[in-house]
Ligand binder design. Structure first.
Ligand SMILES: NC(=O)C1=CN([C@@H]2O[C@H](COP(=O)(O)OP(=O)(O)OC[C@H]3O[C@@H](n4cnc5c(N)ncnc54)[C@H](O)[C@@H]3O)[C@@H](O)[C@H]2O)C=CC1
Ligand SMILES: O=C(O)CCC(=O)C(=O)O
Length: 502
């Protein structure tokens, strides 16, 4: 299943569990904006030729999926297989990821179809600058904030920052994942891997285990995979096999990760490492282990290999590594939108530091990250309980509920009672500490049978009478019926005329 079909499917399953209105469901699926910058390095677009004097065209993308909860946020990927559908899926995943992490962002993703390994540093710089020239008026500190993803890193962010600042003045918060010298956050480079460690600890603890003594297999040894390997082994986890684009190696006694890191830096890959035996890159996913950590490409766990996987747990460090057809496999899967949210969470800290003009120390960054990851796991588990579903649907229902709620609240323009019964969506407002749940809607009709917990937002006021400005008492749940009328004529999300509440 392609990445977009898979992501849409997971969203729709969550939406059905939540009982979302079909119009709202459709609206949440459609991206806010898709940017396709074609021929960005052609003679027309780019005045700087390749190093050998020839001209080369590349296609760049930025998909802005949703901004209901805040500025859109997501990485930029440089990879030969970047295509519009994949970027679209990754942008949508960012919307759900920032919502699971409960950070004030929406979702976006970008990329350029290129092989960064075949470009010189100056070619990469020119390509990045031309791409930035194409999208500079569509990104910004409070609109859309890019960050690194596969094939990009702090240097790429520094070029974007510099090029963007030529148009808009010095703007450090326009990108995150920057070099520390340019306002990057301490701890951001390791953050996705560290988040993977925290997520894995939370999952294993729940199963009465700890990282120490567990056997791990990691696919991908770039930013995310290598940091995850390092931090897991520091905690006593045994990394028994690792792969990257150059090859795969195995040592059932546990690989020496610091030596492997050194080797990989020197030889640009794990291939040829003497502390392990070479194995086929394809077999890495079905190696015997306790925890499998895919940290490279999407769609690698699929119908073909799902039943051969020996791991008891899969922690999705990569984005959408598991095809929906493999979700049925008898293994516990910790989904990407929670498991790899450590990167964007520390990106948020970086953005906050840039806006405040105040730098945090690394201990504070890592401690705060730990708090967010712990809370995220608790929130996901709560949704699993409410909807009697697996961890992926727990994460999706949590995210979709938060985004839907923000969308509806922002869409309130005026009370309109004419079509009050056209469609009814219950939003259950409860406080976090409430253990006694009233599942009966209070003071409303409608045909809704399912209510889902959402986080209490104080001080929110519906125009036209329904006020939610008082925190409910501990242990008490309040159900608010939000009735919406859809303006059939307008599907334009920009001006927010879709939804009116009465
Ligand atoms: N960098 C970040 O902060 C975040 C990254 N992610 C996701 O994590 C994954 C990895 O991203 P990064 O580590 O940043 O990228 P990276 O570019 O630093 O590393 C990618 C790694 O994957 C390996 N790889 C590529 N093709 C492969 C193949 N066919 N088989 C095995 N290994 C292969 C590369 O050799 C490299 O080791 C991606 O799915 C990305 O979207 C998710 C959240 C945040
Ligand atoms: O750090 C960020 O803003 C986004 C990282 C990213 O692209 C991702 O989580 O997939």
């Amino acid at each position: 299943m392609n990445a977009l079909a898979a992501t849409n499917r997971n969203f729709k399953l969550a939406s059905r569990l939540l009982g979302l209105d079909s119009k709202l469901e459709k609206s949440l699926l459609i991206p806010f904006r898709e940017i396709k910058a074609s021929k960005i390095a052609s003679c027309v677009e780019c005045t700087i030729p390749k190093d050998d004097g020839t001209l080369q065209s590349y296609v760049g993308f930025r998909v802005q999926h949703d901004n209901a909860r805040g500025p859109m946020k997501g990485g930029i990927r440089y990879h030969p297989e970047v295509d519009p559908d994949e970027v679209n899926a990754l942008a949508q995943l960012m919307t759900w990821k920032t919502a699971v992490a409960n950070i004030p962002y929406g979702g976006a993703k970008g990329g350029i179809g290129c092989n960064p390994a075949e470009l010189s540093i100056s070619e990469l710089e020119r390509l990045t600058r031309v791409f930035t020239q194409k999208i500079h008026d569509l990104i910004g500190t409070h609109t859309d904030v890019p960050a690194p993803d596969m094939g990009t890193g702090p240097q790429t962010m520094a070029w974007i920052l510099d090029e963007y600042s030529k148009f808009h003045g010095y703007s450090p918060a326009v990108v995150t994942g920057k070099p520390i010298d340019l306002g990057g956050s301490l701890g951001r480079e390791a953050a996705t891997g560290r988040g993977v460690l925290f997520a894995t600890e939370a999952l294993l603890n729940e199963h009465g285990k700890s990282v120490s003594g567990q056997r791990f297999v990691i696919q991908g040894f770039g930013n995310v995979g290598s940091w995850a390997a390092q931090l897991i082994s520091e905690k006593g986890g045994k990394v028994v096999a690792v792969s990257d684009i150059s090859g795969a190696i195995k040592n059932s006694k546990g690989l020496d990760i610091p030596s492997l890191l050194e080797h990989s830096k020197k030889h640009k890959g794990v291939k040829g490492f003497h502390g392990g035996d070479p194995i086929s890159a394809d077999s890495i996913l079905v190696e015997d282990c306790d925890v499998l950590v895919p940290a490279a490409l999407g769609g690698v766990i699929n119908r073909e290999n799902a039943n051969e996987i020996k791991a008891k747990f899969i922690v999705e460090a990569a984005n959408h590594p598991t095809d929906p057809e493999a979700d049925e496999a008898s293994v516990v899967i910790l989904p990407d939108i929670y498991a790899n949210s450590g990167g964007v969470t520390v990106s948020y800290f970086e953005w906050v530091q840039n806006i405040q003009g105040f730098m945090w120390n690394e201990e504070k960054v890592n401690n705060e990250l730990g708090n967010y990851m712990t809370k995220g796991f608790k929130d996901v588990k709560e949704m699993c309980k409410t909807h009697d579903c697996d961890l992926r649907m727990g994460a999706f229902t949590l995210a979709v509920n938060r985004v839907a709620r923000a969308t509806v609240l922002r869409g309130v323009t005026s009370p309109n009672v004419a079509n009050i019964n056209k469609w009814v969506c219950p939003l259950r407002v409860c406080d976090d500490g409430g253990s006694k749940r009233e599942d009966k809607p209070i003071g409303g009709g409608g045909d809704a049978t399912r209510v889902a917990p959402v986080q209490w937002t104080s001080g929110v006021q519906f125009n036209g009478g329904l006020a939610m400005d008082q925190r409910p008492q501990i242990g008490r749940s309040v159900v608010v019926f939000v009735t919406r009328m859809v303006c059939e004529e307008s599907r334009e999300r920009d001006n927010r005329t879709d939804f009116r509440l009465g």
